[in-house]
Design a protein around this ligand. Structure first.
Ligand SMILES: [Zn+2]
Length: 292
């Protein structure tokens, strides 16, 4: 039951009103940490890599490690490629064994976005049970190779969202509603809750059809996260929080143990810290106990 694609997992989340954490990892320690924490909470899990770490570690290596870990885990786990702007690399990762692919053509015109997203969806669906995520509107900030200035960011038009979903055949959909990648520059970022509610109503009002994704989870207040989930966000992306946790923990550990040369102890400190963050997010998103 452990190796799954996101579609079924997220349809269930949409129907039952919780979100699944989609956690970006850059190495094996982080992958083990997110899996262990999700198993401890009996939560479904989406492991994500953005394009640069995926290229660095190589997709077939990540996929092999994911499959080895997931096969013996008692929870459903997906492996997702985050924000890929290159259709060829989307296909490479699908071929290598990723279970979900995000084609991010959100900076293109809507027609070109639809064309590229549809082509990736057709490829992945023909290959097997691989879910595809598309994005409409643009999320500001920096996520790996995708950089969008605040004044370039465009929110998702709800009517266009329906057209996008219908014409592309995507399995999961990321509407831009004002969240941002990286660290928020203001304590109260302007999020368009009404827009999210409208999009959820149009797409999933009658029945859960295409689960919605919230990007830019890091730094949002707990009550804001809960509201986004209650309005229909069922995949919740967290990346920057985990990068900061990794680097800060390593820095603190090494700074306070300057004479110790034991990499395993640094890894243990990192793993414990990452697990703490994953527990926090799982509890906040309401997916604890939802693995069955
Ligand atoms: Zn994102």
């Amino acid at each position: 039951m452990s190796i799954v694609s996101a579609r079924e997992m997220l349809l269930k989340a949409t129907e039952e009103g919780y979100a699944v954490g989609a956690f970006n990892i850059t190495n094996l320690i982080q992958m083990e940490a997110v899996v262990e924490a999700a198993v401890e909470r009996n939560a479904p899990l989406i492991i994500q890599t953005s394009v640069t770490p995926s290229q660095f570690l190589q997709p077939h290596v990540i996929s092999a490690i994911y499959r080895t870990i997931a096969e013996s885990a008692p929870i459903p786990i997906c492996l997702h490629l985050d924000h890929c702007t290159d259709m060829g690399y989307c296909k490479t990762c699908a071929d290598a064994g990723y279970t979900n692919i995000m084609i991010d053509a959100s900076k293109q015109t809507i027609d070109e976005n639809i064309r590229q997203t549809r082509a990736v969806a057709e490829y992945c669906h023909a290959l097997g049970d691989i879910s595809v995520e598309g994005e409409l509107g643009t999320v500001s900030g920096i996520e790996d190779q995708v950089k969008v200035a605040e004044d370039e960011a465009a929110l998702c038009d709800p009517e266009a969202a329906l057209e996008f979903v219908n014409r592309t055949g995507v399995d999961i959909f990321a509407p831009a509603i004002g969240t941002a990648h990286g660290v928020y520059k203001t304590k109260n970022p302007k999020l368009d809750f009404d827009r999210l509610a409208r999009i959820a109503e149009i797409i999933n009002g009658k029945e859960a059809r295409v689960p919605l994704v919230i990007h830019g989870g890091t730094g949002l207040k707990p009550e804001v996260v809960k509201k986004l989930v209650s309005l229909g966000g069922s995949k919740f992306n967290v990346s920057t929080d985990l990068k900061h946790t990794l680097i800060d923990t390593q820095y603190d550990y090494i700074s306070s143990h300057r004479d110790e040369y034991n990499p395993g102890k640094i890894d243990t400190a990192v793993k414990d810290a990452i697990k703490g963050r994953i527990h926090y997010w799982i509890d906040l998103l309401g997916c604890a106990g939802k693995a069955d």
